[in-house]
Design a protein around this ligand. Structure first.
Ligand code: ATP
Ligand code: MG
Length: 212
């Protein structure tokens, strides 16, 4: 349907169109989320899993973004459902892309980290120990202080209806928590933003014991 710019129904039809776009985007996120709800966590090497997604990520970010993927030289095993891992990484990279309308660099990093009693204090809800870190860093607009408190809330978005539903980070958070990990971020108006997902590291010893 197309209406002339001065048609009195124009404003309403724009509203309807925006609502429909938001509904469609919401449905896509929910479908992807429900599809990946199977409790099929697998033992996988985060290095390999992320490298396998690299070409999808490049397609997503477009030509103005230069994507760098760095993985660890040592195996970085985690227990997570592969579809959920993909959904976390895609959501973080799309957010990073959206934060840089003019383009720029995005870094994806996988590394094992050992959180001691002190360093774990930055991450509420997890205990000290070995983790795999999946970090996505952009050089974008950063997150306003008054927005920071809300970004993990479902349906919170600062984007217009055609671009965002506000579900991405709440899903990332839910998946990370369900996998025994967490999500955190650092941001600033001139430095851009880093999101990091921490997942419990499955170490070689524990691995052998679990598998008998
Ligand atoms: N890398 C980032 N840089 C700046 N702001 C961000 C970044 N990631 C998230 N945000 C802010 O957090 C809000 C919520 O993000 P979230 O991924 O949950 O939803 P969305 O991206 O708006 O929509 P959706 O992911 O459902 O398409 C965003 O609207 C944006 O304001
Ligand atoms: Mg998002």
């Amino acid at each position: 349907m197309s209406l002339k710019p001065d048609d009195p129904s124009r404003h309403e039809s724009d509203e309807i169109r925006r609502a429909a776009l938001r509904g469609a985007a919401l449905t896509r996120q929910l479908l992807a989320f429900s599809r990946s709800q199977k409790p099929d966590a697998k033992l996988l090497d985060l290095n390999e899993a992320v490298l396998r997604l690299e070409s999808i990520l490049r397609g997503l970010v477009g030509e103005r973004v230069s994507l760098t993927v760095r993985v660890s030289s040592t195996p970085t095993r985690v227990r997570v459902e592969p579809g959920q891992l993909e959904q976390m990484l895609l959501n973080l990279v799309v957010n990073a892309r959206d934060a840089m309308p003019e383009g720029g660099p995005i870094d994806v990093l996988v590394e094992p980290v050992r959180l001691d009693e002190r360093s774990v204090l930055r991450y509420p809800g997890i205990a000290d120990g070995p983790f795999a870190r999946l970090a996505v860093t952009d050089t974008g607009v950063g997150i306003d202080p008054d927005v920071e408190a809300h970004i993990f809330e479902p349906l919170f978005t600062t984007k217009d209806a055609s671009k965002g539903t506000g579900l991405g980070l709440s899903i990332v958070y839910g998946i990370a928590k369900a996998a025994g990990g967490t999500v955190s971020f650092t941001t600033g108006p001139t430095q851009g933003t880093t999101f990091e997902v921490l997942l419990p590291l499955v170490e070689a010893m524990a691995n052998k014991m679990a598998d008998g």
